[in-house]
Design a protein. Structure first.
Length: 152
């Protein structure tokens, strides 16, 4: 799978650990930075990574900032992005199986690397339950809302 990754200075170390794991598992990672601990603006990295997901240049995105919410707020502004902040594997499972998310946001100041890797593994390996009507109906409604507000 082709995965876009991005972070700010608070998430760089965790991003690098996740990136190594993903590459070792055979995934192709496109890294949108940042790549050091110098203070930076999250949007400078998450926005281009979100565009890559939105335009289909990558299949999914994994973004890391201090708590994850900043990345999710930026990502969810783009059409076709369905980002969720997950702080445990159970939430990651539900984010995929019930909501068909395509972007995972993590908080580098909230969770450690062992938990983050379990979240990533769960999120990547969980399938969307599209055959279950209640989830398909709910997700379709969100997709329709998203499509109504696509800007030209």
């Amino acid at each position: 799978m082709k995965i876009g990754m991005a972070c700010d200075h608070a998430g760089v170390e965790l991003k690098e650990e996740i990136k190594t794991y993903l590459q070792n598992e055979g995934h192709e990672v496109i890294d949108f930075g940042t790549n050091d601990n110098e203070s930076c603006d999250l949007s400078d990295h998450v926005y281009p990574a979100s565009v890559a997901v939105s335009e289909g240049q990558v299949e999914r995105g994994i973004f890391v900032d201090g708590v994850g919410y900043g990345s999710a707020m930026i990502a969810n502004k783009l059409p076709g992005i369905f980002a969720a902040v997950c702080q445990d594997p159970f939430c990651a499972s539900l984010a995929r199986s019930h909501s068909n998310t395509n972007v995972l946001c993590l908080g580098g100041k909230i969770i450690g690397s062992a938990l983050a890797l379990e979240i990533v593994k769960t999120w990547l390996s969980t399938s969307y339950l599209s055959e279950e009507k209640k989830y398909a109906t709910r997700v379709q409604k969100v997709v329709e809302i998203d499509q109504r507000h696509v800007r030209a």
